[in-house]
Design a protein around this ligand. Structure first.
Ligand code: NAP
Length: 496
């Protein structure tokens, strides 16, 4: 059975970033397992019309790999996918990747002090360390609406867009008004004969300060890389300031609401439509959505915002609670992702045969978002409580990668074969998270969102403090929070 020092799972921003750091540190004995046939994670899987990142690219990219050639301030999905492909080759990681290979199960081997992994091609490998960049937003959540299957037209989820389905001149329905929907609606509105946008809960929508980078700017970024670093820093501190009402003082989200309301007043002339679009919860409670195209699209003659509530889906369209049938040719579910389902498929068995699902029966949890007591030598990237509502996930991922690298160094220094977070450190971190979480707008803002999926006593998804505080927290490895155990002596041979 093939043995690797380290197995990295996934090639999204997390897995790929980890592989690059291992390579940069001169660690060559690692393999990256990717279930698809290309790198990219989210940016490979999502390609719906209008798909792009709603975090500015200068910050939503690796700090060690600035790209002077970004076309837009907010990159579109294909440029992000190409960026990750380029990084894969530039840093020499591609030879380490096993494509079309999924981890079916991974089990901690107590005696051998290593992980044993069963792969989808039927083979098995072992590894000292497993680093999981599994990603949580990869299992499309279909809406639990009666009759969905009976729809006779074309049906798709935003995360599985079928570009062979023509939209020109068709009657299209989009269920949802979240981050994906606000990007889809303006694009589809241009080509569809009629577009029905089914809104259950309105979103706070903000001005999007997007623009193309000029040739001069790109040349400047190339010649003087410090200018691009400066821009990254400016975007970071702006995003960090937006976190103040979210994680510190929910009442201050009134400022965000005023910005969003003024955006709405400028873009939506009809007061009755404005009233239907106005959220009744605090800004920041759900994801805040930057868009300059969503409201104007709703004002088009061929677009209807439907707020009556969906009663059921029928063969010919969607029936709303007011009895109206919205006849459709194409039905799009922009209804988000099922976080819990994403982890149902991850078969990890730790010490004493406990599975990660059993460990997380009361909610997702990991020490510093990275390690779980009972699962030695296993690190999560973009793990529990590492999400942010207002800044770049890539920033959070890089902070975790740094921590993992520090942990590896500590293992080397201590000559340790095993690394496990102590029960006490694990629990006290969860206490801290819980206490902090209570003050956030996510729990006090009067909304229900996917942020609370898999939640124990707070939210298993988000980090309830400044992202800069997360980075500081992850800057150095704390040996006192972990058990570092040496390799076990080989078992004595038993005489026959
Ligand atoms: P989402 O934010 O969870 O939004 C799902 C939408 O579908 C909501 O409007 C929801 O309404 C609606 N919905 C769900 N079930 C429904 C039902 N049965 N009937 C009617 N409406 C229903 O999903 P998403 O837009 O795909 O975004 C998910 C996450 O992906 C985001 O928060 C973000 O983290 C990430 N994302 C990021 C970007 C980016 O640019 N970086 C872009 C897209 C997505 P309720 O609000 O009432 O539940």
């Amino acid at each position: 059975m093939r043995h690797h020092d380290i197995v990295v799972v996934g090639t999204g921003f997390a897995g790929l970033g980890m592989a690059i750091e291992l390579k940069r540190a001169g660690r060559e004995d690692f393999v990256v397992l990717e279930r698809a046939d290309a790198v990219g994670g989210t940016w490979r899987d999502n390609h719906y019309p209008g798909c792009g990142c709603d975090v500015p690219t200068p910050l939503y990219s690796y700090s060690f790999a600035p790209n002077p050639d970004w076309s837009y301030f907010y990159a579109r999905y294909d440029e992000l996918r190409d960026y990750l492909e380029d990084c894969t080759d530039h840093f020499g990681v591609r030879p380490h990747i096993r494509f079309s290979t999924e981890v079916v199960a991974a089990e901690w081997q107590e005696r051998e002090q290593r992980w044993r992994l069963a792969l989808s091609d039927g083979s098995e490998i072992t590894a000292r360390l497993v680093i999981g960049g599994f990603g949580g937003l990869n299992q499309p959540a279909e809406p639990d609406i009666p009759g969905l299957e009976s729809f006779a037209g074309a049906r798709m989820h935003s995360a599985g867009w079928d570009h062979d389905v023509p939209l020109e001149g068709k009657r299209v329905g989009v269920i949802g008004t979240g981050a994906s929907a606000v990007q889809i609606v303006p694009e589809v509105a241009r080509s569809a004969a009629r577009l029905h946008v089914f809104q259950r809960t309105p979103a706070w929508v903000f001005p999007k300060i997007d623009r193309r980078f000029s040739r001069l700017e790109k040349r400047m970024f190339r010649r003087f890389p410090a200018t691009q670093r400066l821009l990254r820093r400016a975007v970071f501190w702006f995003s960090e300031s937006v976190a103040f009402p979210i994680v510190k003082q929910p009442r201050a989200s009134r400022v965000l609401e005023l910005v969003a309301l003024s955006h709405m007043r400028r873009q939506v002339r009809d007061p009755a439509l404005r009233a239907r679009l106005r959220p009744s919860y605090r800004a920041g409670c759900k994801r805040m959505l930057p868009s300059n195209g969503f409201y104007p699209a709703l004002g088009r003659d061929n677009v209807e915002l439907v707020t009556a509530g969906i009663e059921r889906v029928e063969e010919n369209g969607v029936r709303t609670a007011d009895g109206e049938l919205h006849a459709l040719d194409v039905l799009v579910s922009a209804t988000g992702f099922d976080l819990e389902k994403a982890f149902e498929g991850v078969h990890l068995t730790g010490r004493g045969g406990i599975t990660i699902q059993e460990k997380w029966a009361e909610g997702f949890a990991a020490h510093r978002g990275t390690m779980v007591h009972g699962f030695p030598n296993l690190m999560f990237l973009s793990g529990p409580n590492t999400g942010t509502g207002s800044t770049s996930q890539v920033y959070m991922i890089q902070a975790q990668i740094r921590y993992v690298m520090e942990a590896l160094r500590a293992m080397d220094e201590h000559g340790a074969a095993e690394l496990e977070v102590t029960d006490a450190a694990y629990d006290s971190y969860q206490e801290w998270l819980w206490e902090r979480m209570q003050k956030t707008v996510w729990l006090t803002g009067g909304c229900n969102s996917w942020y609370l999926q898999g939640a124990g006593r707070g939210s298993g998804v988000l980090y309830p403090d400044w992202s800069s505080s997360f980075r500081r927290r992850m800057q150095s490895f704390r040996p006192d929070e972990h058990d570092l155990s040496p390799a076990r002596a080989p078992e004595p041979l038993v005489p026959a």
